[in-house]
Write a protein that binds this ligand. Structure first.
Ligand code: TRP
Length: 354
């Protein structure tokens, strides 16, 4: 039997999904999960959320919204392992084992940590002001997420590539120390898909919560979508005047939801003088046409007809055995190194279908 490619990715549960998250991450991940030979692991990174956010209500809400988004967008939970990071204690256990083999110098080089230090230094503060150990060792938790399931491929944004490289380094170190000549952990590979659109936001820069230029995916309903599209920045050319279709975000957003032909026609109409108001109306209708059916499912899920707990419980990690085997193997390897794992024989939590 040919071995399946394990594809794994997580979303940190601090925000409400926007159009850019859907087009850039969720939609391509779901499409890829349908391919023959794909074995996908998608999860809610709620322990990662604690690094950025100390508001439990926010994390709980975001967890629900992100879970509901995956499900509404068509994730087939029979095909995919969909789970909440905090439901798998082995991930945090593995984090410690990996922490013990990770060079501090490697963590010193992590972008997020370095950026925090640079900001402190620029502000004349102590370099480590407000830097938690969570932020500092964030890449190790992420390595555990990935190595736990021996993922081969990890689709991520460019900003996360360094973390995957660190996961490889950590895996290599563990393999070297305890693998007894075999590649115990698979060395994961980052996948940055150039073909997947990076959506521009309202102001034309990359759509991102940190630029405050996002278009909501489901939040605020059709009206929220329409209002956001109305706020897309354009020049002040009048209807009838030829427009440059690449002068703002409209065309790229339209393309993300349209065939090549329809997009070409939209661009031609702009060059031919289509007014910005009319163009925004067309964009709204196009995007809403795709999102409306999903929005209905999303609202059902979020309205409490399905709570975030049952959302995740309905889709329990079916890969219990593989994570258990990984954990048992780790423990055995470490036992050889003199470290016994008393919890090795504890009963493992059973997934309860809801
Ligand atoms: N750190 C990732 C982000 O902020 C989320 C994440 C956590 C992740 N664990 C992961 C992504 C493991 C891929 C694999 O986007």
């Amino acid at each position: 039997m040919s071995q399946k490619t394990r594809v794994l990715t997580g979303i940190t549960t601090t925000g409400t999904p926007h159009l850019g998250n859907y087009v850039g991450a969720i939609r391509p991940a779901i499409q890829a999960s349908r391919a023959e030979g794909a074995d996908s692991f998608f999860f809610l990174a709620d322990y990662h959320a604690l690094i950025k956010c100390d508001d439990p209500a926010r994390i709980e809400r975001s967890r629900l919204e992100i879970a509901a988004t995956w499900l509404a967008a068509g994730l087939d939970v029979e095909r995919v392992t969909f789970y909440r990071q905090s439901d798998i204690p082995e991930i945090t256990e593995l984090t410690w084992l990996l922490t013990c083999v990770t060079a501090k110098g490697l963590m010193n080089r992590a972008h997020a940590y370095k950026a925090a230090v640079d900001a402190n230094v620029a502000a004349g503060e102590d370099p480590d002001t407000a830097v938690t150990m969570g932020l500092y060792s964030y890449p190790i938790l992420m390595a555990a997420d990935i190595l736990m399931f021996n993922a081969h491929r990890v689709p991520v944004g460019r900003d996360q590539v360094q973390h995957i490289e660190m996961a490889r380094d950590v895996a290599q170190r563990f393999n070297h120390l305890f693998g007894k000549g075999r590649e115990f952990f698979v060395l994961p590979e980052a996948v940055v898909d150039e073909a997947v659109a990076t959506l521009p936001g309202l102001d034309g820069r990359k759509m991102s919560k940190s630029y405050d230029n996002t278009i909501p995916l489901f939040e605020g309903g059709a009206k929220g979508l329409k209002d956001a599209i109305a706020r897309i920045v354009t020049d002040s050319l009048e209807p009838g005047q030829p427009k440059d279709p690449s002068s703002n975000a409209l065309l790229t957003l339209f393309e993300a939801f349209s065939s090549r032909e329809d997009s070409a026609a939209f661009a031609d109409d702009l060059r031919g003088g289509l007014g910005w108001g009319e163009a925004k109306k067309r964009l709204f209708e196009r995007v809403d046409g795709v999102l409306a059916p999903m929005r209905e499912r999303y609202e059902d899920l979020v309205a409490g007809r399905v709570t975030s707990r049952t959302c995740c419980r309905r889709v329990p990690p079916r890969r219990g055995p593989s994570r258990r085997r990984c954990w048992a193997d780790c423990a055995r390897l470490l036992a050889c190194a003199g470290c016994t794992m008393p919890r090795l024989h504890r009963p493992l939590p059973r997934a309860t279908p809801g």
